[in-house]
Design a protein around this ligand. Sequence first.
Ligand code: NOJ
Length: 774
Amino acid sequence: MSVYRGLLPKPRTVIISLAVVALVPALAGGVSASDSSTDETALQATRGAASQGIERRVNDLLSRMTLQEKLEQIQLLSDGQVTDADAQAGVGGVFSLTDPAKINHLQHVAVEQSRLHIPILFAYDTIHGYRTVFPIPLATAGSFDPQVAFDDARFGARETAAVGIKQVYSPMVDVSHEPRWGRIAEGGGEDPYLGSVMAAARVKGDQGSDYSARDKVAASVKHLAAYGQPEGGRDYNTTDMSEQRLRNLYLPPFKAAVDAGADTAMCSFNAINGVPGCANPETETQILKHEWGFDGFIESDYTAVAELRACPPKNPDMPPCGHGVAADGPSAGALALNAGTDMEMVSTNIRDFGPQLLAQGRISINRVNDAVRRILRVKFRAGLFEHPYVDVSQADSAQLRPDAVAAARADAARAMVLLKNTDSVLPLDPAKKTAVIGPLANDQHDMLGPWWGQGRDADAVTLYDGIKAQSPGATYAQACPVVNAEPPAATNNDVCGSTAGFAAAVATANAADQVVLALGENREMSGEAASRSTLDLPGYQQQLIDAIKATGKPFAVVLFNGRPLTLGAVAQSSPAILEAWFPGVQAGNAVADVLFGKVNPGGKLPVSFPQVLGQVPIYYNHEPTGRPCDVTQKYTSRYRDLPTCSPLYEFGFGLSYTSFSVTNLRLDRTSVSPNGRVRASVDVTNTGSRRGDEVVQLYLHDPVASISQPVRRLRGFERVTLDPGAKRTITFTVDKKDFGFYDNRGSFVVEPGEIDLYAGNSSAATLTASFNVS
Ligand code: NOJ
């Protein structure tokens, strides 16, 4: 069984409305939110005992601070901005500084030379590892195993804390239906339930039960909110959405992170319905702070407060600007603070204009105090007042330790998704001669993916090296180059932009028994500010597949990429496809483990792969229409030039080297009260001849509701390992937090009527059973 029972989020000891209780997702296989674990109890106990002392100390400090000192705490500066004078003045936070000696130096200045000796909170974007880079978070979500996310966060926290950083800007939990958006790589994919499970696991890994521990850091859940749904898939772009979508689709992973203990959050660049994330009282104050009882602080994203301003000619002083909800810096500072933003990153409006805004009555001292109180509370919880300094001599030895590297290898393999395997091309026989071909075949740089932290290219194992280690006679040909360019120089031909090396690659293939083709994107094509207008394999990679296919050699395509791609032509021309994502520092070893069958792949897609770009957005949890897609009929919701309604590969899909059957869905009751629960059991059997993993998935549909409900919603999953012939019964529990939903007034409602369940091994599951809520 998977291990995620111990990682369940727990509601905080705060006053929350019924609607919010109902939002707590039943993470993991139907285990109820009331189940407790040692981990959660420890968290609550630590918080309970320590909190009184902390509140006293916070209030004492606050009572002695001048206005200027308070405004300095609200300021968050980058490594490039900060000076000793800022530390002396009492700056609140510094991010992206990674040299432990420099961190200690600034901390000494803050603690010894500032009037009230308040330590600085140092922060960093440890997104999927600090030095030991794990697979990108999208890949991790595809493991359908929260232990993978937990490992990634735990080792990342250990390495990050070792240099003196006590806050990470992670987890990034933006649900996204936008494969063009480069930041889809950083999140948990298209589903709020899967995203919630992963978010909670990451927070537990980062913080443990007490993030004052030397190897723990405070987690910052981001980006609040709905940043994953930018119009046109262009990063930073605006979002317009209904209240029900915001609450049902985009907010649940934030709630799960907060329930798991996340004490900081980051407001987003984008606007929802015209209201920018860092000026949004609904998401920041009403929902996060009041409904969910979040008592930590919210930092703005990078210059997001300044970006509230109108651009020239209204605001000729300087960019950044753009949203046009504030005429000038003072207005931007007031808007952000009043909406609930507690700390300003990079831009300095709240600090600089705070005195003037207070004098004019545009902000209140209560709100200033509230922001500072939240920041100090986190600093106390982080143990910074007791242990402000880092042991510089231990910083290096904490990096790339064998246990972290071993976990990075196992977890990368666990995340890979086998998309196609005709005639059991895979696993390959390592005793045969293997040609490793393709632009990414002997590549270190791109294996780390976007947001590589302090990962170094030289640490990464290339696919060729990983394969050689297990199949010593392996040969290599690059076939075509990779250019790691950034805009405006970047093009879609940066990967495989020339066919000049194809002849040599074909010769290498001809001289081998089997071929592994390493294709995909470069790492610059994903991450922040890296949206693409096409989802095809860049450059001449399809032609490379065709050239290798023409040799008649058995071959498998291994894909390294950070987003769903349109793989129709690849699937038509290739017998086997392994989606490896950007696997991190152990890339080559992990892929070789899967290719040669040491690891039987069991990952599933955390996001739909469209057939063609024009289908985007295409996602399994869409609402129905009055004219459901039917390709045999004209007047239905379809494309006239596409003979299908489906994605190429659906959410939750993934193959194995063995086969499984999921059968016998049964319920313990067919009628339930709104406060009751239903247990759904299903049998999973390994019907093949190898030991392997299957992810059993439970989906729910409410066919008649006051507002149209998604055709399916994932409400439980369990990744199991079974020997050949072995059978396991999996039981999921669903209750009102599963069959209820948020309406457009923001109320959580549980309506009477039929609820349909579907069980299987992807979102196309066909086993079905129903019960009645009455
Ligand atoms: C901007 C990004 O949007 C955010 O995710 C990141 O944490 C900050 N920059 C700091 O690097």
